[in-house]
Design a protein around this ligand. Sequence first.
Ligand code: 3DU
Length: 231
Amino acid sequence: MRTRKLWELAESKGSRLIVALDSVPVEPKKLVKEIEEYVVGVKVGLPLLLQWGSQAVRELCEAFRGTLYMLCDFKLADIPAVMVEELKLISELGFDGAIVHLFQGGIKAVATAADRPELFGLAAMTHSESRLLEVHFGELVHEALEAGLDGLVVPATKPELVRAARKIAPGATLLAPGVGAQGALPGSALEAGADFEIVGRLVVASPDPCLAARAVRDAHRARVSVISEWR
Ligand code: 3DU
């Protein structure tokens, strides 16, 4: 099974938390060291890359890929030939997985590339203005499934879409951003059927990221035990 590392970390650390690193106020390695105990992985966004540079991203992957799932979110949505090249470079930086858009089409060709990281297709977005994607939600999920992607990104702020994705793709690994700063409560997306919650500013912009990460991890633990009693 792909995403094995992610699930093994979830099991061994008792965590369903992936922290989104976008604008980070301190040196990324220092921040990740502080929260490492409570998270299964970190998601690296374009603001971090642009602020700190690709060498810092490479060093971050080198430092933590042994203990964390390293997820890349560079908002990829290009023609297949360019995406294949981007994903090869992302793999070389040391990432385990990458988030890709689906609306541009051609993801099947991208997914067949040899040197690619694990791929999570973005099926819908968290903000209310993202109507055009939402109209095609079911088609985007099917596009990802047909291409054999490893998982989906679904919005915690729209639990009905998390539930729908879980129904259409029962075996997919579902990652849900939108918790904290964007309004969804920690654990709410897990309850709707997601497997992991992606949390950024609630942790990263906190005066005490370590404490914030632990609080979210604990909220997840409470939900996961209730959920597994249901199943
Ligand atoms: O709002 P936060 O600070 O918790 O960060 C959420 C992260 O998830 C951020 O990196 C953003 O780029 C990403 N994301 C969404 O917020 C919503 C989506 O639909 C997809 C990705």
